[in-house]
Design a protein around this ligand. Structure first.
Ligand SMILES: [Zn+2]
Length: 281
């Protein structure tokens, strides 16, 4: 057995033992199964992220533990300031805040960020929310002046990714990709004014298509439609309905049940109403 494999086995064992300890702690404190599942996922991913970034430098702000490489020494303070501002505005927006400090990892390039969570594709994401951690690409890759706070705040990933974190928390991990992408874009637009470029000829997807195959769909259309569904809910039923749907999801409802109970309309009726709205845009 080579050392690499051996190290992985030890790590796997460590995770399993840690997860068991966490599980027994959760049972003692009377948490639900969904809470336990989410706590274990976040615990394991958090430990893995700590190990992966063991040789990174660390900066702590009030609500974040920021991991970064020496190439980002000059912009880490600006990113920390943006993270705190995103924390304040998104937490105020929902009236919710994370229970503990959030790990924020700054990657020096796309490749290292993608590799950190096993993406093989050559994705060009600016940020990712993954199991309780926020991972962002260094602004050096896309900003001429990587210390420009206003630009990073408006066009950078902090508000969007921090919203994903709160969606995960409010729903206790019980959500669809389209839901979290729609909500993250909605909050981002409300807070920073930023919006992705509209697709030229958007493709319409049914709710079940969005639910099942989000990653396989035309991404521009799928993201655009996800935002449009949230905007439709806000316009027709009020912003508080979005919050209510998340509470219902957090209590274990399916997307269909959460939507029907919060909006007081059947799923099919909702989908017809939304399709008309989509056509009128
Ligand atoms: Zn997103």
């Amino acid at each position: 057995m080579n050392t690499f494999k051996h190290a992985h086995m030890v790590l796997g064992l460590l995770f399993a033992v840690s997860a068991l300890i966490l599980l027994s702690t959760c049972i003692v404190s009377g948490k639900t199964v969904a809470d336990m599942r989410q706590a274990i996922v976040q615990f394991v991913i958090g430990k893995e992220a700590s190990l992966q970034t063991a040789d990174f430098q660390e900066l702590q702000t009030d609500h974040f533990i920021i991991k970064f490489t020496s190439s980002d020494e000059e912009c880490v303070n600006m990113i920390g300031k943006a993270a705190e501002k995103a924390y304040a505005s998104v937490s105020t927006f929902w009236g919710e805040k994370p229970a503990r400090k959030t790990m924020l990892i700054i990657y020096p390039d796309n490749l290292s960020m993608n590799e950190s969570f096993g993406w093989e594709r050559n994705e060009k994401a600016m940020g990712v929310y993954w199991g309780g951690t926020i991972r962002v690409l260094t602004p050096r890759e896309w900003m001429q002046d990587p210390q420009e706070f206003e630009l990073f705040m408006r066009e950078g990933p902090m508000v969007h990714e921090f919203t994903h974190l709160l969606v995960d928390q409010m729903t206790r991990g019980n959500y669809n990709r389209w839901w979290t992408e729609g909500v993250a874009q909605y909050v981002e637009k409300e807070i920073t004014g930023f919006k992705f470029v509209d697709p030229e000829k958007p493709i319409y997807y049914t709710l079940s298509e969005l639910e099942k195959d989000f990653d396989q769909l035309d991404q521009r259309s799928a993201y655009w439609e996800s935002l449009l569904i949230i905007e439709y809910i806000v316009e027709q039923y009020g912003e508080e309905s979005v919050y209510e749907i998340m509470c219902a999801l957090g209590n274990g409802a399916t997307m269909q049940q959460a939507l029907e109970s919060s909006l007081g309309i059947g799923y099919a009726g909702f989908e017809i109403g939304f399709y008309q709205y989509w056509q009128d845009i």
